[in-house]
Design a protein around this ligand. Sequence first.
Ligand code: NDP
Ligand code: 2IT
Length: 449
Amino acid sequence: MSDIIEIVKNRDPAEKEFHQAVTEVMESVKPVLDQNPHYRQAKIPERLVEPERVILFRVPWMDDQGEIQVNRGFRIEMNSALGPYKGGLRFHPSVNLGILKFLAFEQVFKNSLTTLPMGGGKGGSDFDPKGKSDNEVMRFCHSFMCELFRHIGPNTDVPAGDIGVGAREIGFLFGMYKKLRNEFTGVLTGKGLNWGGSLIRPEATGYGSVYFAAEMLATRNETLEGKTCLVSGSGNVAQFTAEKLIELGAKVVTLSDSSGCIFDETGIDKQKLDHVKVLKNVRRGRIKEYADKYSAAIYTPADPEADHNPLWDHKADCAFPSATQNEINGKDAQNLVNNGVVLVCEGANMPTTPEGVDIFLANKLLYGPGKAANAGGVSVSGLEMTQNSMRLAWTREEVDNRLKMIMKSIHQTSLEAAEQYGTPGNYVNGANIAGFVKVVDAMLDQGLV
Ligand code: NDP
Ligand code: 2IT
């Protein structure tokens, strides 16, 4: 596979996260390519790594002081073999083409695994919503949609949330789309519950990740009850991961944000988590305030120079990285293993470096990679699209049951593919192979387009 990885590196040398994602997938699918020479003849690897379309645009907006600000907007339309492009929007100062291409590439295989008819895409901006007023966020979102609207649509490309894009941003984006197109359609998912959103969509990524973890544990006749769990992040995915873990009788002892992490040995219970939700979603404060309120908690500020993250250095059974890419390096992975962790379930996209992944696999951990473990979010987005098309809304129970079934099926499919290609129990290979085969067979059916 070194040929395709070299092509990608030479063509776009700066896109290191994209190289990382491509390398992992291509290494996993090598046995599939070896057994199916027609994939290589059809230049499937070369076609997969090149987005079908990349849109890059200027986003001018005015801040509360009357100053003009200019950000960069992106949408990567990566692959539409299985359905309309589908994937989130990320608003974060770190956003660049390489990060969005890695996310869009992962999304293609993730969406394939869900069994729903969705292609893969991703987008966003280097805009930083932190510290901005609601009015500034609205003006930014409106300006962003003034360009994006001509490229998306319910049968073309359906964006959703990701880091920095939640219910508030989806509302502003939808409002401008509707005004420009004069159409009320399911063009975005994660909409408000009273105007076309699906029940369980806010919870879906976190709940789905915990359902996936429960499936992995069940292969060893174990459950989450009584397990001590490390969760990173304190946004959408982290909050609902913690919520489901608490509900299932696990003990959650950590949370974090980009400023630092908290460790609460007494456990973050439902009441404390409700406090975190208000702190993060309403007041948009910092996780440090948790330790100010609950004296049992210890706060450790983030240290960008440190060679490891203290959040991953506690005695525990399970870890749920739910913040961002490459948040677990080789040293962190070794700390987790040394501290007795037997399961790592990725709510975030690509949160573990390749060195970390090798350590998890070498130590035979139950390791659920993001494209399988966090697919619950986009799955319920797919269910939101279905409900919008039918112009009806399912109950909470109906959506949650479908989510559980989808996570169970992703787990089973990944396990079977891993077994079939000679690496039993390796969910990385299993998820990559199962996601890949479905997409590339659809590409071949549709000819050279
Ligand atoms: P949110 O914006 O709601 O929360 C992100 C959390 O991660 C915040 O606590 C944030 O801290 C922290 N964080 C973000 N960037 C960094 C960074 N560079 N270093 C340290 N901490 C950071 O986003 P989500 O919860 O939606 O997303 C979290 C992860 O889950 C991402 O990897 C995303 O791609 C993935 N994901 C999300 C899905 C969804 O449905 N929302 C679906 C599947 C995957 P701070 O507040 O300080 O920025
Ligand atoms: O990474 C992801 O899967 C998401 N951010 C959710 C995408 C979606 O379309 O719901």
